[in-house]
Design a protein around this ligand. Structure first.
Ligand SMILES: C[S@@+](CC[C@H](N)C(=O)[O-])C[C@H]1O[C@@H](n2cnc3c(N)ncnc32)[C@H](O)[C@@H]1O
Length: 194
């Protein structure tokens, strides 16, 4: 991924994405979570605070240093695009979270990393985002329904949308939540919602 995509930080980088918050309750309680290309770890921290052990992976040693010593988070320094050892075994995560990062060759490994009942939460930029700024390189922008096509066969899609958001700055995004499950008795809202 380019420096251009690195620059595409949200308005409040510490706040977890609304999409991640919306679906976090589906990740089996206490299960391990992978925050892939975690940056400063807003989602790693969010899941650790919810009681999940988290593997937070990124190639940016400065960003990862901010996570050192944070309870429940294991920072893993790896370049995910240059053949560094892939940080996860198949069937090893109850949750995989990817936001604002796209490297298509990783898609099969992300799906395989989920254990039974595991949840993939993915949100990143969509083709057309270039009209609003960065990322603008088409290599880092999803095509229409691309996440659905990539994960919709092997996983059960429970949430999917694409369109414009206005959070600090306007962006076009696509986002998916999907489970390795044949049993769709998942809660569409966190239990206890009024
Ligand atoms: C826009 S930031 C998103 C960070 C985080 N996911 C979030 O949404 O707050 C993109 C992240 O991808 C990481 N990244 C880019 N290319 C990478 C690679 N080849 N291997 C590992 N991490 C990479 C960058 O270091 C950066 O932290």
């Amino acid at each position: 991924m380019s420096a251009a995509q690195d620059a595409a930080h949200p308005a409040r980088p510490d706040a977890p994405s609304n999409w991640v918050v919306k679906w976090a309750h589906l990740v089996p309680a206490g299960g391990r979570v992978l925050d892939l290309a975690c940056g400063y770890g807003r989602h790693a921290r969010y899941f650790a605070a919810r009681g999940h052990p988290v593997v937070a992976c990124d190639r940016d040693s400065i960003a990862l240093a901010a996570l050192k010593g944070v309870r429940g988070i294991e920072p893993v320094l790896a370049d995910l695009e240059r053949g560094d050892p892939w940080p996860c075994e198949p069937d090893s995560f109850a949750g995989v979270v990817v936001t604002n990062y796209l490297h298509r060759p990783l898609f099969p490994a992300l799906e395989a990393a989920l254990s039974a009942g595991g949840v993939l939460i993915y949100e990143t930029f969509l083709l057309g985002n270039e009209q609003y700024g960065k990322p603008s390189n088409p290599a880092f922008l999803l095509g229409r329904d691309e996440l659905l096509a990539a994960f919709g066969r092997g996983l059960a899609v429970v949430g999917y949308e694409q369109g414009r958001i206005h959070r600090g700055k306007t962006a076009l995004i696509q986002r998916l939540c999907a489970m390795r499950s044949t049993n769709l008795s998942n809660d569409l809202e966190p239990p206890g919602c009024p």
